[in-house]
Design a protein around this ligand. Sequence first.
Ligand code: ADP
Length: 236
Amino acid sequence: MMDLSKNQIIRMFNVYKAYGKTSALRDISLEIYAGEIVFITGASGAGKSTLLKLFYKGELASQGQILVDGMNLARMGARKLPELRRRIGVIFQDFKLIAGRTVFDNVALPLEAAGEKPKIIEKKVMSVLRTAGIEDKAKVYPPSLSGGEQQRVAVARAVVGSPSLILADEPTASLDPHSAEQVIQLLETFHGRGATLVIATHNRRMISRLKGREIRLENGSIQERLHGSDREMEEA
Ligand code: ADP
């Protein structure tokens, strides 16, 4: 059999997740390929956030196996967690920037955590802020920015370490349409530079613009795969 494992950035086998008595995900098996754009859709409470959290070990699966970039999350020791996190950039609906750090220092965080030299940090942070169109905001603090600008800072922070995987949880849900558009364009830019995108969203505009594959959740189960079924047919 041909070894496709190098092309799969995420593999999940029969994964369940419960919070106490609440079942959030049931028997999820899926594969996401390097370079793909995948949308996770479904009603509120369907399990979208939980699924994203499992990928970066923000939550642990109750059952089943998850491989991310070749790392087996259940077997992986705590010492490997920083390495996993370096390979993944995460974007949240509510930005999660640190109010007491400047835009520059927020974006620099992942590089500082990775032990990069100050000169490299300066170069990479300014470069990504330029791409995001907010280099003039480097020295200001997040609370003085608009929501759209804050989200672009958050995208910059997520991508500054050149992660192979970018996870975004409702990244445009609290933005006006124009700001949402800018964030979508920015995600498209970084996808063009080689990152795999997994985005939980209700934004149909984004889904049609970025032309990704859609995985729809319903009550914690995969309901259907609307696109990308050709690949599954080929493999069958
Ligand atoms: P979505 O992102 O699609 O809105 P979630 O993954 O947030 O869905 O939630 C899936 C289910 O898990 C819901 O029933 C939700 O109430 C429950 N849930 C999510 N997080 C927790 C938590 N930390 N503790 C208890 N229940 C949770």
